[in-house]
Design a protein around this ligand. Sequence first.
Ligand code: HEM
Length: 201
Amino acid sequence: MPLAPALSVDVLDRLKAQTRAEHLAMEDALGLMRDDLLLADYRRLLERYFGFYAPVEARLAGLLPSDPLGGLDFETRRKLPLLRADLAALGGPAADTLAVCHALPPLRTPAQAMGCLYVLEGATLGGVVISRHVQRTLGLTPDSGARYFHGNGAHTAEMWRAFRSALAGFSASAANADAVVESANETFRSLRHWYVRGRAA
Ligand code: HEM
């Protein structure tokens, strides 16, 4: 009888495959890679991200399992300070006066937190491409409003690898793996809906 595939590695493949549709929908909704990207649209996007990351990161901090995260310090992965710096650099309403998302993905268990963090950490990969695009189209650098998309900078690949290995360890049980995949999709959906509602407002 063939050996069952190792669940821990399997979950990483499953996550990528089973969130692919949501990732594409997100890319479409954001429209960030347009050549005619406007500064006003870019700022609006950062405002909505701020309103999402603020409550989500607060919940994650209380939920993330300390064991699997062993070598991973969530504090160094927080993106709210980067969004705050970008909003300040661009001028406009102060970050703390912005609307905050209440329709969050369910975040009650460590597995849900890991699924959510997968989405936020994965976003740093796209960030590499987006940050180059934002520099080319809007002339923004990490110091002048593109700190969030610059993200983990030169450490992006290394931090992503470390996260994936923690996630694989955590998801070694089938129940955790299912919950992680479901939460990742809920996170994509929740952020997308929040962003789209802001654009319509
Ligand atoms: C225009 C917007 C976006 C672009 C162009 C983009 C692009 C990319 C790219 C190039 C990768 C790396 C693929 C690879 O190396 O295998 C990636 C991975 C990923 N992105 Fe995005 N992305 C965008 C938006 C987002 C957003 C908003 C999120 C979440 C909030 C996100 C979450 C992820 C995740 C979770 C992965 C990891 C997939 C995996 O390997 O498991 N992306 N994205």
